[in-house]
Design a binder for this molecule. Sequence first.
Ligand code: 4NP
Length: 153
Amino acid sequence: MPSILFVCLGNICRSPLAEGALRAEAARLGFDLIVDSAGTGNWHAGEAPDERAQRTALKHGVDISALRARQVTKGDFRRFTHIIALDHENLSNLRKLAPSDSTAELSLLLDHVPGREGQAVTDPWFGDEAGFEVTWDEVEAAARGLAAQLRAL
Ligand code: 4NP
């Protein structure tokens, strides 16, 4: 079964939204996969997603309130088939952190959206709630692309 780990910096805004969007898309399509998210940083470990992220997801019918932030571990590189970074800085930090026996395929989230390959998901942390809507649109598009790719495996 495919297992997907989304990674951003704090694991309270972008990656929990990506996790919620992919869970919802997999449920909609009726196929099983393991989905989780983590942060390269640990400042927010144990916290629920940012309230603006929770409200935005809920507006789109997805409840992410039960998620709790955690930091990525070396074990994640053996446990997950795919580790997907939300931006270039986190992807670069993941590459540095990867143990030599890593089996996970690393990519950038928007690589899974035709026409947006190589781009970063907007970081909504310093903006207002409208920014979270932009992030939601991006993670939802990626969830659709990813679900289609993973189903074809
Ligand atoms: P995230 O957003 O990486 O999408 O969860 C952020 C969360 C916290 C901070 C920055 C970005 N921070 O600076 O604490």
